[in-house]
Design a protein around this ligand. Structure first.
Ligand code: GLN
Length: 271
């Protein structure tokens, strides 16, 4: 089949034209023109199951580096690049960092790659996830700057982590999608998202809005020795709830940053 034929195959499966073209050019770059059969096999699988291309290739790009991804972790989003860039812009060179819900490890790896002398603790809820994040850090040669731990933020271990460490920066892209649906105000669920881990999108607890994660993290920060800055990726529809949360804890020094679509996407709280 020709390249145009493959693009059309993706389009007739409901994938947008610009996305279809982008995916074929990624496949060409990854597999080479001599591997059209392999490319066609992947396109067929893509059309059949709507498995995201990154899972089919087993890799994704974030900022200027590559990570391994599979169904254990979310596929890196461009919005999270904004979180990292804006954090560095605001904080310069944080020294002690906690990354909550590290997933594939992208936030920690990006910080470790651009900041010398940084010490990061990166946590996630399952050993399986932490193993993948570690592997990605190792492949990017920053594993010596990041300590990976299995830790549930709702457990006492998380309280201990905050008692035993003094972080300058706590950064997180927690699960923030309304449980089980995307809500009337939100964009329609893409079939690709069904392949991503539910705990990374919706969380594991009774999580109607995602707010319980932000609230728990704020509480942890206020209970231990406080970090200077908190950096969150957020759902634009949570802005009012987040503002009320900050008000409740008397945190008046904060900033909200928009993403490329003009939606509120990052929240910085200066403690
Ligand atoms: N931005 C992701 C999405 O819209 C969600 C990421 C998250 O829940 N932390 O699919």
């Amino acid at each position: 089949m020709t390249l145009d034929g493959l693009i059309n195959k993706l389009i007739s499966a409901g994938i947008e034209k610009s996305e279809a073209k982008k995916e074929i050019s990624i496949l060409l770059k990854e597999l080479g023109e001599n591997n059209l059969n392999k490319i066609e096999t992947i396109v067929n699988e893509r059309v059949k199951s709507r498995t995201p291309l990154q899972y089919l290739l087993g890799k994704a790009y974030f900022m200027d580096f590559e990570v391994r991804v599979d169904k254990r972790v979310l596929i890196p989003r461009p919005e999270t690049e904004i979180l990292v860039e804006e954090t560095i812009r605001r904080m310069g060179m944080p020294r002690y960092v906690l990354d909550i819900g590290t997933g594939s490890g992208i936030i920690s790896i990006a910080l470790a790659k651009s900041i010398p002398n940084i010490n990061i603790v990166a946590i996630d809820i399952e050993k399986d996830i932490i193993n993948l994040a570690y592997e990605n850090a190792k492949n990017n040669k920053v594993e010596n700057k990041i300590k990976f731990l299995v830790c549930d933020i709702f457990s006492n271990n998380a309280d201990d982590l905050f008692k035993e460490n003094k972080f300058d920066l706590v950064i997180s892209n927690p699960p923030y999608i309304q449980s089980g649906k995307y809500g009337p105000r939100s964009i329609p669920a893409q079939p690709e998202r069904k392949h991503e881990p539910k705990i990374a999108l919706y969380g594991t607890k009774e999580n109607k809005t995602g707010m319980i994660y932000y609230e728990r993290i704020v509480e942890l920060c206020l209970s231990g020795s406080m970090p200077a800055t908190l950096a969150f990726e957020i759902d634009p529809y949570l802005v009012n709830d987040l503002k009320s949360l900050l008000k409740k804890y008397d945190l008046n020094n904060f900033e909200i940053i928009k993403d490329y679509s003009g939606l509120d996407r990052c929240l910085f709280v200066f403690l």
